[in-house]
Design a protein around this ligand. Sequence first.
Ligand code: GLY
Length: 347
Amino acid sequence: MKKISVKTSKPYEVVIERGSLTRAGELISAVTTSKKCVIISDDIVAPLYAEELASSLSRSGISSSLFVFPNGEQSKSLSTLGQIYDFLCSKKLTRSDFIIALGGGVVGDITGFAAASYLRGLDFVQIPTTLLAQVDSSVGGKTAIDIPGGKNLVGAFKQPALVICDSDILKSLPTETLADGMAESIKYGMIKDSRLFDLIASHDLSTIDQVMDHLVYTCIDIKRDVVENDEFDRGERMLLNFGHTLGHAIEGWHNYTDYTHGMGVAAGMCMMSAKTAPEEVTERLKKCVEAYGLPTSTEAPMAELLPFCATDKKCDSDSINYIVCEEIGCGQIRKTSVARFGALMEG
Ligand code: GLY
């Protein structure tokens, strides 16, 4: 078992261990005295893992109830959040009880926001079941829902009480979902760790499982470091957005339907690199991205993407923060006017 201690305003541990889902009850008992919880999951993950989790909790004397919503970004809504609140209320959860997020990024984000807001806050545990959620969204305390005006526009910082990463679960992921997480993993290599980038570049989708534990550990450790330095996203944490300004725009242009977050981030990193980094850096990045079946560009015209960039959360008044990696392993935050950013990307 590997453990990472995250020293944020509320410290917690991330456990990385194959088969840890079956030990969830024991691991959770070490961080709470409550004997009651609600598991929140979606209709793809729950049939696969909810029973195993409930049995593990029960062996540790913890009773659980399960709330399931339809898989997909469209469920990260006010309507689902309302249903979650009603369910927590019907189960008479108190502030000393806790919630478990069992699923990918959507489940983790909405469950975290429910935990931040219901009864003005109660503990929650993240059990991420996708690579993207393990290496990114389950750690660091960003929680949110989407509203018609944009993705993740309503949310809160709420650190989990514990994160349990079972890399055995990743073996059952569809290839595209694994690739999605690889986009975020490549990002960590680009912004902070050239050795991690080299490791990822020396594998592809068929062999990456051989180094999965090391990969997950290294990515989370990078995120830990960044989040500890800037928990509330006012400075260094923006580095984690490499590829995301354009990536979110591409996802938005596609109405968040046929373009996944990882695909957007992959294309966004390559497009940003093409405008700001030496050619050899961009070529290495593109080769790596392609090895994981991810796109290096988009058919969306830049003029149509820029309005999405201007409404991004990384904007303040008329300026925009964007991330460049002139060298692999060394991300930098740049700030410019929205107009200049447009000229850079269209140039
Ligand atoms: N996913 C980016 C962050 O946690 O800041």
